[in-house]
Design a protein around this ligand. Sequence first.
Ligand SMILES: NC(=O)c1ccc[n+]([C@@H]2O[C@H](COP(=O)([O-])OP(=O)(O)OC[C@H]3O[C@@H](n4cnc5c(N)ncnc54)[C@H](OP(=O)(O)O)[C@@H]3O)[C@@H](O)[C@H]2O)c1
Length: 270
Amino acid sequence: MKILIIGSKGMLGTDIVSEISKTENEVIGWDISDIDITKEEDMSKIEKESPSIIINCAAYTDVDKAEEERERCCSINVTGVKNLVDICKKLNIPLIQISTDYVFNGEKEGYDEDNKKNPINSYGQTKAEGEDLIIDNLKKYYIIRTAWLFGKNGKNFVETMLKLFKEKEEIKVVDDQVGCPTYTKDLAKAIINLIEKDYGIYHITNSGKCSWFEFAEEIKRLTTSNCIIHPCKTKEFPRPAKRPKFSILNNNKIENLQDWKDSLQEYLKI
Ligand SMILES: NC(=O)c1ccc[n+]([C@@H]2O[C@H](COP(=O)([O-])OP(=O)(O)OC[C@H]3O[C@@H](n4cnc5c(N)ncnc54)[C@H](OP(=O)(O)O)[C@@H]3O)[C@@H](O)[C@H]2O)c1
């Protein structure tokens, strides 16, 4: 198979390219310097390459900035996805789209794949619209919702904590948002395994759950830092975009991935 990864220099895209390179499949990695998914005219590049499947990891991912840059966010997460839908339809190939827990409002303690979407911020709304375009227009698709990503090729919570542990003696971290940290390397492997399975919506995260405070405490334990972490509430740290309280995605359709604590330990060793 000839697999085209778009967003190949992002945190998840880099690990997907690296994991597919270990298989017998041919992999092509494109990022913004190779293709701009918001430009319809760029889709002819895909046609020329003639891939067997596209994995779209390209997205507008700055959740807070999306509140003021809604148009740009919409252009990448909605128009960009529409362009990919059109080319996949034309070439009759499947599209794998990476989506998010933010398509839900976070009021429920665990979401199933078929639960109704009800996003509470601009980023979530555009990701939900992107999903709908795929569901309404394609038969061959995989929508993969994931959450709380950490990996070696992008900005993430683990790196933020490691930096803060060096700079500060005490920090505050919220304990009233719960989710499941997910290692991009584990997710990349799970996505490759999915290609043989039935089309549809999948939830893929590592196993287990925690609050951001518990996540920070585990990073501290594994790195033997002396920084003191105080639990606090979301309302003490107002941010431009509302955050879901519960970000747990029930992984009902695939075998469970390893516990996030084991993945974190692995990640911190590299
Ligand atoms: N990070 C998380 O915690 C998280 C959680 C749940 C779901 N997700 C989803 O997982 C996917 C991957 O996330 P990530 O954190 O790996 O993202 P990322 O690191 O922000 O990578 C996205 C990549 O897409 C590129 N890109 C942006 N606009 C583009 C365009 N118009 N055309 C082509 N490429 C473009 C970016 O380039 P520039 O850097 O130059 O803009 C970047 O290399 C996204 O769909 C995201 O919504 C992420």
